[in-house]
Structures are given as C-alpha cells and as structure tokens.
Design a binder for this molecule. Structure first.
Ligand SMILES: *[C@@H]1O[C@H](CO)[C@@H](O)[C@H](O)[C@H]1NC(C)=O
Ligand SMILES: *[C@@H]1O[C@H](CO)[C@@H](O)[C@H](O)[C@H]1NC(C)=O
Ligand SMILES: *[C@@H]1O[C@H](CO)[C@@H](O)[C@H](O)[C@H]1NC(C)=O
Ligand SMILES: *[C@@H]1O[C@H](CO)[C@@H](O)[C@H](O)[C@H]1NC(C)=O
Ligand SMILES: *[C@@H]1O[C@H](CO)[C@@H](O)[C@H](O)[C@H]1NC(C)=O
Ligand SMILES: *[C@@H]1O[C@H](CO)[C@@H](O)[C@H](O)[C@H]1NC(C)=O
Ligand SMILES: *[C@@H]1O[C@H](CO)[C@@H](O)[C@H](O)[C@H]1NC(C)=O
Length: 673
C-alpha cells in the first residue's frame, strides 16, 4: 500500500493477518498510536510469524524504535525504516532478528551507539544507517557479520578508528562525514572485492599504503578531507576499473605517480589542496574518459600537458601552484620552448599509440561479437534455503543426465552451462569450465571464491563449486529478481542488461542472470576483463566499464552507472517488442535503432516497427495493443536519451511501465477480452 496518501494511525488490525509475509506501507502519511500499548502497531507485529519484509519508509512516525522489535518474526529479512523520524537508540533486541538481510535505518534521528548485539545478525548483507546521530566507536562485534557486503553509515558522529576486521566487505564501505581519527589499519587494503570506498571528511591520519593496489575492482575511492600524509602510492595506476579518485584536501606530498596514466577508466581525478610537487604526468593524456581534473593548490611545476582531454580543462584545474606553465588560457606563463621538433616526435608517437589502441579495441569488439553468450536458465524457484555444501562430479553427472545435450543451455567462451536437478529436487544451472582455454582454471577458482562470498540478494546464488584438477564446475540458482515491480531492495544493478541475461520463469517473473560476472572481478587479467564488458549495442554512449556491473543504485547522485543502466533497459524494451537487435544490419551508421523507433511514433506507425505477432485480432484489442506499444516505445526512447541528464531514472521508468500495464489491462478489459 506504498506511495499513497493514507494518513492517521497504522491500524493494529493488520496484526490479525497471521500469515502475512510483506507489509509495505512506505511513502504515506501514517503515524503510530502511542496513547496505549494496545494501540501501538509495534506491540502486535510480533503476531505476524511469517513476516519477511517490513517497509515503513517515508512515514512521519516520530517515535522511538521499540524494544519489541526483537520479538518480530525470525523470518524477517528486510527492514526499511528510512525517513521515519525515529528517535533514540537502536534497541539491543535487534540482535534477535537472525534472518535479517538488509537493515535500512537511514535519514532518521537515531542516537546513541551501535548495539553490540548487531554482531548476532549473522545473515546481514547490507547495513544502511546514513544520516543519523549515532555516536561512539564502531563495535568490533560487527566483525562477526561474515555476509556483510555493504556498510553505509555516512553523516553520523562515529569516532575512534575503523574496526580492523571488515576485510570481507564486497560492495561498499561508506563512512563519509564522521569523526573518525587515527590511522587506517592495513585491513582496509585487503578489501579486494570492494567497489566503493568513501572515508572522506573525517580526521584520518597516516600515509596511504602501496597495498591500495589490492583493491582490484574498486570503482570509487574518496579519501578527501582528511589528514593523510606521505606520497601517493604508484600502485593506484594498477586499478583498471577505478573511475573516480579524490584525495583532495589532505597533506599528501611528493610527485603524482605517472602510473595514473594506466587507470584508463578514470573519469574524475581530484588531487587539489595537497602539497604535491614535481610535474603533472604526461601519461594522463591517455585517459580518454577523464572529465574532471583538479591539481589546484599544490606545488607543481613544469608544463601542463596539452594532449587528450587537457584541451578541455580550464585554469580552474590548475590554480595556485608552484611554477606551472602552458597555454595562456590556463592563466599560467607560457613555457620556454625547447626544440619544437621534440614535441612533433612526441605527437606522432602518441598518434600511433592511439591508432594501435583503436585497432586493439576494434578487434576486441569483433571478437566479442563472435563469442556466443553463455546463456543460463533457471526454472523452478525453490523456497528452501540453499546452503553451501559439497557436491561430487558424480552428483553433477546424474543431475544433468550425464551432461546430456538436452540439458545444455548454452556455451560460452569459458565453458558450457547445463540445466540440472539435484537429488533434493532443486533446479540449478551448472557451469562447466573448458580447461583447455588458457587462464580458465584460475578464473574458475576466482569465480567460485568471489560468487560464494557475495551472497547478493538479487543475483545468481552460487550453491557450490566442484574443483578438481581436470574438472571444474560452479553450481548456482537464481533468486527472484528485480525487474519485477515492487521488489524492495535493490542493492545492485546489473548493467549488462540484455535479453539473453533476462530469464523468464513459469510465472512470467523476470530474473537476471550472468555467470560471467566474476571473470571481471577475479584476477588482474585484462583479457578476461574485456570479454565481460557490457555488451556492445546495449551500452550507453560514452561507454562504461566493468565496474558498472555491481554498482548499486544510489540516491545520492544520479550517477553514471545508473544512467547507463536505464539506457540498456530502454534498448532491451525496444528489442523485446521489435524483435530486432540493436546490432542488426539494418541499423547502420545512418539509422540507429533508436531513430527507427522514434520515426514510427506517428498514428499508425507502430505497425511498421513492432513484431506483427503482438497485434490482436479483435479491433478493440488491437487498439489497446497499439496504444500500449507506442507508450512502451516512448518510454524506451526517454530511457535512451543521448544525454545522460535527459534519461529518466530507473525508478521512474518502472513506475511508467506499471502505469502502461494498468492502462493496457483496463483498455483490453473494456474491449472484447
Ligand atoms: C498527514 O496526516 C496528518 C494527521 O495525521 C494531517 O494533519 C496532515 O494534514 C496530513 N498531511 C497530508 C499531506 O496529508
Ligand atoms: C509460516 O511459517 C511457518 C514456519 O515458521 C511455516 O511452517 C508455514 O508454512 C508458513 N506459512 C506460509 C503461508 O508461508
Ligand atoms: C517479547 O516477547 C516475550 C515473550 O512473548 C515477552 O515476554 C516480552 O515482554 C516481549 N518483549 C517486548 C519488548 O514486547
Ligand atoms: C531478544 O533479545 C533479548 C536481549 O537481547 C533477549 O533477552 C530475548 O530473550 C530475545 N527474545 C527472543 C524472542 O529471542
Ligand atoms: C585546503 O585544505 C585545508 C584543510 O586541509 C582547508 O582549511 C582549506 O580551506 C583548503 N583550501 C582550499 C582552497 O580549499
Ligand atoms: C570538450 O568539451 C566539449 C564540450 O564541453 C565536448 O563537446 C568535447 O567533446 C570535449 N572534447 C574533449 C577532447 O574533451
Ligand atoms: C579545484 O579545487 C579548488 C580548491 O578546492 C577549487 O577552488 C577549484 O574550483 C577546483 N577546480 C575545479 C575545476 O573544480
């Protein structure tokens, strides 16, 4: 009953629905009757023994979190109490909620310290406590949360040091704007699966370790506004997926490492207001996605590079330095020219390098096209809890009828995927690696290790791996997924959205799958990385890299990956209804698929683009279909707007999709159907 205008008290009569599983009341104007204990909804919610989702977000509840929270159903998996104006402490009884996966308490006025009992919520994967008034240190008990992937507690008053045990966080650690002091311990550089690390605006001290190069898949690092000192580790240049790095407003000194030029995904580099000396590395000219650069307020000297994106940076990127020189528009003195011919030679070299790069890119793309997607499938969803367990090769043999053709779902670059039924009746997908392909052996171990570490809510669940020297396989199954509307928590988005990654089950519920994910996260091998880049044709202009895959939806900013995803979603919509691929020969350079669809948006034009099988035979039915289809195509087009700012958000896209569906059902019902 979310997103309505219900007001007044949440009625206790809801507690008389004993097998209720979801109670979703977000975004209303509801309150809690605290006049008598009997009238308080929290006093009786414990009666709902099958409750798995409780969402009261965005209601002005204006009360304390009650101790009776600890009496709620042990089936409870998701709590969303954002923006409820809850006050007071987080009750220690919260430790009783042993099945809890996601705890969202952000944007309230919670105070006091974190209860140490949180360490007992062993299934917790996401802990979102941003924008409260929580104090004191972050308890070491949180180290017992082995499944925790995402810890977001920015804008609180946490002090002391960061526990030295959060080495398993796989998605993000965000402690921005707290009162943390002391050095960061070496654990931090062991977060080898972390995507987003934000410790900005604290009072952290000490130097940055070369071990920062261990954060192999990190996409954002923000350590700005602290007191870090020492030099910038050159290992940062090994971070291939890094796309924003801010070290601004610290006390860093020494040279900026020229290895930055290897972080080819960089879009944002902010090193302003430190004490950096030496020159601006010319290698930065190679960064073809760089959009924001700031070297201001340092002690830099020498020539400001002129190639690549440097043409576009203004004087604002270089203010107040030692002795920089370069173009007059940068408000610095002109450099004293040496031999003009040297620049010429350099220019040529850079020119040929880019040519080589281009050739490599083109061959990659051609290669990519040839690789048949490892299609995966998923059938019956088993409600049982699937636990990590051992399987033998023999068991897999019998599950797949001896890896028979009939069970083969698809073959990919690294192996084949089979459908199988385990002895306990659970349907699974099994990927068997082709060990003759170089690097696969290692990659499969990585894949296994990583996927079993991240038990994400909406992604493929890996049940187990079978690893022998001559045989390696991964067994997994899909959880119900996020295309469906009204799924509460979507901590990740899958940016390689395309029809072959979307599986529809018997109930017409969509699931997203991709066995390939781990390849890009495991190991530092760039060839395996390139293969899993988001698929050409579904990718937003400007491109995005690997890092995009796992990045979660963020409300904070309309971030790049989010906009990239909605683009892919738009293309998928078009493909679904036109039955044409964006890479279809008919879409050359002149007419893109988008243009083709846009051109059909005149009355009666739909027939020209949409798959004819979709039109009904009855006239009313036909009208409803056409209207629905043209709404769908309009939606697809706004998702695919060329400029990211003009694209709508994924949330709005889903809301529109819902409206179109409702309208269609109504119109069709009014007709002959
Ligand atoms: C919300 O509910 C309160 C009473 O509970 C009422 O006074 C107020 O006008 C309502 N606000 C809106 C926007 O409906
Ligand atoms: C409710 O939960 C109980 C166990 O806690 C289970 O036996 C029962 O099947 C569940 N009921 C429904 C409708 O899911
Ligand atoms: C929780 O449940 C127990 C047993 O039913 C009861 O004794 C206790 O008072 C309850 N606690 C709260 C805070 O409601
Ligand atoms: C809930 O937690 C409290 C203290 O943390 C404990 O005393 C109580 O027995 C727990 N209740 C249940 C139902 O487990
Ligand atoms: C640079 O950082 C210091 C604190 O480290 C701050 O006080 C100062 O305002 C900053 N200067 C600029 C220009 O941002
Ligand atoms: C420079 O910026 C302009 C407009 O902001 C943009 O159109 C152009 O592509 C950019 N060029 C480079 C090399 O960054
Ligand atoms: C770079 O940082 C400085 C100091 O924080 C700021 O004054 C300047 O505007 C920034 N430059 C750009 C391009 O944002």
């Amino acid at each position: 009953m979310g997103s309505n205008s219900f007001s007044s008290f949440i009625p206790v009569t809801l507690c008389t629905l004993p097998i209720l599983q979801w109670l979703l009341l977000s975004l209303n104007n509801l309150t809690i009757d605290t006049s008598t204990p009997e009238a308080n909804i929290f006093s009786c919610l414990a009666n709902l023994r099958n409750l798995s989702m409780l969402n009261l977000a965005g209601n002005p509840l204006n009360t304390a979190l009650p101790a009776s929270l600890g009496n709620l159903s042990t089936s409870l998996q998701y709590i969303d109490f954002r923006r409820c104006n809850f006050k007071g402490d987080i009750p220690k009884e919260i430790g009783n909620l042993s099945s809890l996966i996601s705890l969202q308490l952000g944007f309230n006025q919670l105070s006091g310290s974190l209860p140490t009992t949180l360490g007992r919520v062993r299934n917790l994967q996401g802990m979102y406590l941003s924008d409260n008034k929580l104090v004191s240190y972050i308890p070491d008990e949180l180290c017992q949360l082995y499944n925790l992937a995402d810890m977001e507690m920015p804008h609180n008053l946490f002090s002391g040091s960061i526990p030295s045990c959060l080495g398993d966080l796989a998605t993000s650690l965000n402690l921005m704007s707290n009162l943390l002091t002391s050095t960061v311990s070496s654990f931090l550089w062991q977060l080898k699966y972390i995507l987003d690390l934000d410790l900005s605006s604290n009072s952290l001290v000490g130097s940055l370790s070369e071990d920062i190069g261990n954060l192999k898949v990190v996409a954002h690092i923000d350590l700005s506004n602290n007191h870090f000192s020492g030099s910038i580790p050159s290992s940062i240049g090994g971070l291939q997926d890094l796309f924003s790095l801010s070290l601004a407003n610290n006390n860093l000194e020494g040279h900026s490492p020229s290895s930055f030029g290897n972080s080819l995904s960089l879009e944002l580099l902010d090193l302003s207001n430190n004490s950096l000396s030496g020159v601006i590395p010319k290698s930065l000219e190679a960064l073809s996605y760089l959009q924001y650069l700031n070297f201001s307020f340092n002690k830099l000297l020498g020539e400001i590079p002129t190639g690549g994106y440097f043409k576009n940076f203004s004087s604002e990127s270089f203010v107040s330095n030692g002795a920089l020189c370069g173009a007059t528009r940068l408000l610095v003195p002109t450099c004293k020219t040496k031999a003009a011919s040297r620049y010429f030679v350099k220019y040529i070299t850079i020119g040929s390098l880019s040519a080589i790069l281009l050739v490599v890119l083109v061959s990659m793309i051609l290669c990519r096209k040839r690789i048949v997607e490892a299609a995966t499938d998923q059938t019956t969803l088993s409600p049982q809890k699937l636990l990590w367990r051992k399987v033998s090769r023999l068991e897999l043999l019998s599950a797949t009828n001896g890896f028979s053709e009939c069970n083969l779902l698809g073959t990919g670059a690294f192996g084949s995927v089979y459908k199988g039924t385990m002895s306990d009746g659970i349907d699974v997908a099994i990927k068997v690696f082709n060990l003759e392909v170089e690097g696969v052996s290692k990659s499969s171990d990585n894949e296994c290790e990583m996927l079993s570490n991240i038990r994400y809510i909406n992604l493929l669940k890996i049940i187990t791996c079978c690893s022998q020297t001559d045989f390696k396989a991964v067994v997994g199954y899909n959880d119900r997924c996020c295309i469906g509307i009204g799924i509460p928590s979507s901590p990740i988005i899958h940016c390689d959205l395309k029809p072959s990654n979307i599986l529809i089950d018997d109930d017409m519920v969509a699931h997203i799958a991709d066995f390939g994910i781990a390849k890009l996260l495991g190991g530092g091998n760039s060839t395996t990385h390139t293969i899993t880049l988001a698929t050409i044709g579904y990718m937003a202009p400007g491109g995005y890299t690997v890092a995009c895959l796992f990045i979660k939806l963020r409300d904070k900013r309309n971030s790049f990956e989010k906009r990239g995803c909605v683009y892919s979603f738009g293309i998928v919509l078009m493909e679904t209804f036109t039955k044409r691929k964006p890479t279809d020969e008919m879409f050359g350079r002149e007419v893109s698929m988008k243009q083709w669809v846009a051109d059909s948006l005149f009355p009666g034009g739909m027939v020209e683009v949409v798959d004819a099988n979709l039109f009904g035979t009855e006239e009313d039915d036909d009208f409803a279909s056409k209207e629905c289809l043209s709404s769908l195509m309009r939606l697809a087009l706004v998702c695919c707007a060329e400029s990211p700012e003009k694209r709508i958000s994924m949330q709005d896209a889903l809301a529109m999709l819902n409206k179109i569906k409702t309208k269609f059902l109504k119109n069709a019902a009014g007709g002959a159907v």
